[in-house]
Design a binder for this molecule. Structure first.
Ligand code: URA
Length: 235
């Protein structure tokens, strides 16, 4: 069958884009291989895991627990939907579960999570007052960054979650969550510190707690961002 091409895209642009995709897939495979993963699967999305008319977080949790939409189900121990107050005014959204989160089925319970807990408590809140979730619900092997296809497959689960919680404010933690929800490639350093909007909800991008563990001098910037959130929440 002849290759269908868009009349507006010259063939060499398509070849260049294809080469970029192939190069990034190769880079991920090399990264996984270097850390001992020797089998690779390509899954076709399984439509049985489409999200239905779920209207509460417990049903959503059950619904996604067997999700096989992407290949992350092969290496995960648990799906990690999120945790906290289902009526929270403030929702934190991180990147993806790490090793501890994968083992416990809960978000932000490792070292970065402990720092997030301290930040929440410094705001005069408890973890149980807020809701904490991630862009991806399954751990990428060796904590590699999420792939665009994985983000895409998982996004309607997060949308559903936000729709159920209806937070007044979303705080995105780090580059992946901020860029995904805001549909931008602007760096997190440029995004952080100013309220944006996500589907009518105020959204504050800030640095990820894992970044703060490596760059503690930037904690003061995150604190500035949290103070803006507290002001908005009238706390
Ligand atoms: N980092 C994240 O982005 N999410 C977690 O749940 C844990 C670490």
């Amino acid at each position: 069958m002849p290759l269908m091409t868009s009349p507006s895209l010259p063939m060499n642009t398509i070849n260049r884009d294809l080469k970029d995709v192939i190069d990034s897939v190769k880079a991920y495979i090399e990264l996984d291989r270097a850390s001992g993963i020797s089998e690779f699967f390509v899954d076709t999305p399984d439509t049985r895991y489409a999200i239905h008319n779920t209207s509460d977080l417990d049903s959503l949790k059950t619904e996604i627990s067997g999700c096989k939409r992407c290949s992350l189900h092969r290496t995960r121990h648990n799906t990690v939907l999120g945790a906290g107050n289902p009526k929270a005014e403030l929702m934190f959204i991180g990147e993806a579960p790490g090793e501890d989160e994968d083992l416990h089925g809960l978000p932000f319970v490792g070292r970065a999570g402990q720092l997030l807990t301290k930040i929440i408590e410094a705001m005069g809140l408890k973890r149980s007052d807020v809701y904490i979730a991630n862009i991806l619900k399954c751990r990428p092997p060796n904590n590699r960054p999420p792939l665009p296809a994985e983000i895409e497959e998982c996004e309607d689960i997060l949308k559903k979650q936000i729709g159920i919680i209806k937070p007044k404010i979303i705080c995105t933690l780090g580059k992946f969550a901020s860029q995904t929800l805001l549909r931008t490639e602007t760096t997190i350093s440029a995004l952080r510190g100013n309220f944006k909007e996500y589907n009518g909800i105020k959204l504050m991008p800030t640095f990820h707690p894992a970044y703060l563990l490596r760059n503690p001098a930037d904690k003061k910037l995150v604190w500035q961002d949290m103070k803006k959130i507290m002001k908005e929440l009238k706390r």
